[in-house]
Design a protein around this ligand. Sequence first.
Ligand SMILES: Cc1cc2nc3c(=O)[nH]c(=O)nc-3n(C[C@H](O)[C@H](O)[C@H](O)COP(=O)(O)O)c2cc1C
Length: 192
Amino acid sequence: MKVIGISGSPRRGGNTDILLEEALRGAASRGAETEKIVLNELKVSPCQEEEYENVNDEGLSVVDDDMRTVFRKVREADALILASPVFFGSLSAQTKIMIDRFQCVWLAKNILKRDVFAGRRAGGFICVEATSREDFFDNARSIVRHFFATINVEYKKEVFCPGVAKKAAVLDHPNVLERAYELGRGIAGEAR
Ligand SMILES: Cc1cc2nc3c(=O)[nH]c(=O)nc-3n(C[C@H](O)[C@H](O)[C@H](O)COP(=O)(O)O)c2cc1C
């Protein structure tokens, strides 16, 4: 069983990163093989809408950058845990840029009727913010649900942590750390 964690935070050792690590520890406790992808450290260009003219033989983006690795790893995974901070009321740019690049998969599925990400994967979402705005989490969740549906990931679990601004402030919230760990355990238990 393979569980991929994707972090959309630019801050290594920050709140998103810490919670994602906890979730992956939880998944590993169920025997899952885990891997973390840090989007900020990849070369991923924003969607140029080239998919409308052309997709490669696999039905994926023709753009040759680190998204090729992300596509492959997500496709091979049994479960996906996505983690992002709230930036300006929604997902971070790193996260949104990656999601937009999955437009080739949306097109393949809905226009070409080719399910590039066939199968069923379990999914979890972790999100942190400095304030306590539920509508910001709602915005983020709405985008993630749409993304997950496109790549056949079932939105199973979420952990949201408001009120964390400083780097690693989430360490002062042991119950949230525990919930992230349980999210990972639960996701691994539900994986295909
Ligand atoms: C560019 C930027 C925009 C932000 N926008 C919001 C926001 O709209 N609402 C909020 O509650 N926090 C906002 N924050 C605060 C972060 O969500 C918060 O500091 C979070 O803990 C950062 O997570 P990280 O440590 O994983 O990077 C913003 C931070 C940055 C850098």
